[in-house]
Design a binder for this molecule. Structure first.
Ligand SMILES: NC(=O)c1ccc[n+]([C@@H]2O[C@H](COP(=O)([O-])OP(=O)(O)OC[C@H]3O[C@@H](n4cnc5c(N)ncnc54)[C@H](OP(=O)(O)O)[C@@H]3O)[C@@H](O)[C@H]2O)c1
Length: 313
């Protein structure tokens, strides 16, 4: 099969399109023939240099959608031809930028029929992160939540989950995303290029901060005492933590959620309550261009890679 591998950390030229052996599932695994792969900023960050041990060569990516094509003898949950989507073991293993992958059934879920493979592949990491954020911040109906980078991968799910929860949602993005975010349901929109959110937004209970840095610091002052900020880039400094603490604001920095939550998210997708946005679909062989787009930091929704199909050795 064909896959993208990295043999050395560094720039996009390290993403190599190669022919490698097709993996065989163990007794407790299935093999998924991958139809679409979701690209996440974490793929690029790890390509640049992993903050944890990774064995090279490494196949990047965690988000997959595809069709089960082989089932280990101990697996009862799935059969060949089942359409699935899933989140491969994070952070170490990855393996999504390929035509096939072997995976435990606990990492995959049935793909909602209403979604294309491309739409489904964009959901796992970003959707699970937004879902986890709602759980950990204890967001309740009627509360005010500020979502930074609301038009991004995590943000566009966070907006929709929070609206479903009954929250009052404020989203930040550039002006070109205002109409898009209002259609998604934001109650208030802040164009971060033209105004400072802390000057215009009334105090909030929860901040879902997909930007970090100065945006995190400025978010502290508009978070109510007893409120919470979920910092997704995991880059809060000890000074920032002290400032939040002095303001009575709880800070969360946590990894993505549990792959089994995809079953909960699937219900909202089936019902059409949550709709994924796909920014651009690239052939897998163009992973370098996809990474450049992701690193540009202005994708709307998700960037997707599409393997060409064959998994013969
Ligand atoms: N902790 C975890 O488990 C976890 C999981 C997933 C992601 N993350 C992290 O969370 C961050 C966001 O991930 P993502 O997948 O959502 O990224 P993304 O899809 O690449 O985000 C792109 C979006 O960011 C917006 N944006 C850029 N600068 C902005 C600013 N200053 N203010 C407001 N919006 C801005 C852009 O909107 P405009 O085009 O309108 O500027 C664009 O829509 C990344 O650092 C990622 O690594 C962490």
């Amino acid at each position: 099969m064909n896959a993208i591998r990295i043999h050395e950390f560094g720039d996009v030229s390290n993403l190599q399109y190669e022919e490698i052996e097709t993996p065989e599932p163990a007794d407790d695994e299935v093999r998924v023939r991958i139809h679409a792969v979701g690209v996440n900023p974490a793929d690029c960050k790890i390509r640049q240099g992993a903050p944890f041990p990774i064995e090279l060569p490494w196949i990047p990516g965690w988000d997959i959608a595809g069709v089960v094509d082989e089932v280990g003898s101990a697996v009862t949950e799935f059969e060949p031809d089942d359409e699935v989507y899933g989140f491969l073991p994070f952070p170490g293993e990855g393996g999504a930028y390929a035509e096939a992958v072997t995976v435990s059934p606990t990492n995959i879920s049935r793909k909602p029929d209403s979604l294309s493979f491309e739409e489904a592949a964009g959901i796992p990491m970003a959707g699970l992160t937004a879902w986890r954020s709602l759980k950990l911040t204890d967001l309740e109906a009627g509360q005010r939540v500020l979502v930074h980078a609301a038009a991004g991968g995590v943000g566009h799910f966070a907006v929709q989950f929070a609206k479903h929860q009954g929250a009052h949602v404020i989203g930040t993005a550039s002006g070109s995303n205002e109409e898009y975010l209002r259609d998604l349901g934001v109650d208030e929109f802040v164009n971060y290029r033209e105004e400072r959110f802390e000057d215009t937004v009334e105090p909030v209970d929860v901040v879902i901060d997909a930007i970090g840095g100065d945006t995190f610091t400025r978010s502290i002052e508009i978070t109510k005492e007893g409120g919470v900020i979920d910092n997704l880039p995991l880059n809060v400094t000890s000074e920032q933590e002290e400032a939040a603490d002095a303001h009575g604001v709880r800070v969360i920095q946590s990894d993505t959620g549990d792959p089994e939550w995809l079953n909960e998210i699937s219900e909202l997708l089936e019902a059409g309550t949550v709709v994924p946005t796909v920014d651009t679909v690239f052939p897998l062989v163009e992973a370098r261009v996809a990474h450049e787009l992701s690193e540009g930091g202005h994708a709307r929704g998700k960037i997707i890679l599409k393997p060409s199909g064959g998994i013969e050795n």
